[in-house]
Design a protein around this ligand. Structure first.
Ligand code: FES
Length: 296
């Protein structure tokens, strides 16, 4: 295998603590303690590990993911949507699509599921602290960004200006829409929400595409890290705007989803070029993604 290119951003200033003790392939049992319907065909599952010691030991970085399974069925990678500052429960936003999801959606509060992880690099929190943040999300991309946003708001004094930009097709399709709308009133956060169209006529925020939010934003690219999560079409347009604003490629971080299976760099299913998404991602700098165009 070709040698790994070095990342300009140090993604591992702290070692995350995985919850396995001896076997990374063996899931730990977690109880479903809450299920909330989000947008159509997306539910938020709140989990608590059965093993108290493992629950206390669990740490994750925003942007990391868990392998989630229903006993006797397949497993799937899911971004952790809750902040590590709120350790009471792990929150995972899961789409109804796929075999594992079909099994998961048959579970009730109180049932048990399996989790492995946390896996991946996550956002480089210690690099981001002291900097301005620009968080840009579309669609399911709000799940990993919600973890980072929650961390930054719970540790507000550690960050400079924070700008949040979120896009969706309609108000009903905005993931965590009520939560985000409530944030729009905060004076320590510039919260910009937009939808492509508003069939109800009751939307109080912007109407238009996500990159259009940059037209009215005041951002200093020299002291800001941008974190971008969403579908590839959104990535491309947002990356173009960020580069046009003068952002260095090292200051743009994107979260990429790929088919992940083992989560520990052994099966090779998640490889893109010389990188394994499960180990070297899912958070990459734009320098990496633009050098490997097939990643975006
Ligand atoms: S998921 Fe197996 S190598 Fe990445």
């Amino acid at each position: 295998m070709a040698p790994m290119p070095q990342l300009a951003v140090d993604f591992h200033p702290l070692a995350p603590i995985p919850i396995w003790r001896d076997n990374p392939h063996r899931p730990l049992s977690a109880r479903i303690v809450g299920i909330s319907a989000m947008v159509a065909d997306h539910h938020l599952f709140s989990l608590r590990l059965l093993d108290d010691a493992a629950a206390r030991a669990l740490r994750h970085f925003p942007g990391q993911y868990l392998m989630l399974s229903v006993p006797g069925d397949s497993e799937t990678p899911v971004s952790i949507a809750s902040s590590p500052t709120r350790p009471e429960a792990l929150e995972l936003c899961v789409s109804r699509e796929g075999r594992m999801a079909a099994a998961l959606y048959r579970q009730w509060v109180g049932d048990l599921v399996g989790v492995r992880g946390p896996f991946g690099n996550g956002f480089p929190i210690k690099v981001l602290e002291g900097q301005d943040l620009l968080l840009v999300a579309e669609g399911l991309g709000m799940a990993p960004l919600r973890s980072l946003l929650g961390y930054a708001l719970d540790r507000r004094e550690r960050f400079g200006a924070i700008t949040l930009m979120v896009g969706a097709r309609t108000p009903a399709e905005m993931l965590f829409g009520d939560e985000l709308a409530a944030l729009a009133g905060r004076d320590d956060l510039a919260c910009r929400l937009t939808v492509d169209r508003d069939p109800t006529g009751t939307w109080r925020h912007s109407v238009g595409n996500l990159p259009g939010l940059f037209d009215r934003a005041t951002i200093d690219p020299a002291r800001t890290f941008a974190a971008v999560c969403g579908p590839p079409a959104a990535y491309r347009a947002v990356l173009e705007r960020l580069l046009a604003l003068g952002f260095s490629r090292d200051r743009i971080l994107v979260s990429l989803d790929r088919r992940m299976s083992c989560g520990i760099g052994r099966c090779g299913r998640c490889s893109i070029g010389c990188k394994y998404t499960c180990l070297h991602g899912p958070i990459f700098s734009a320098r990496d993604t633009l050098d490997l165009p097939e990643m975006v």
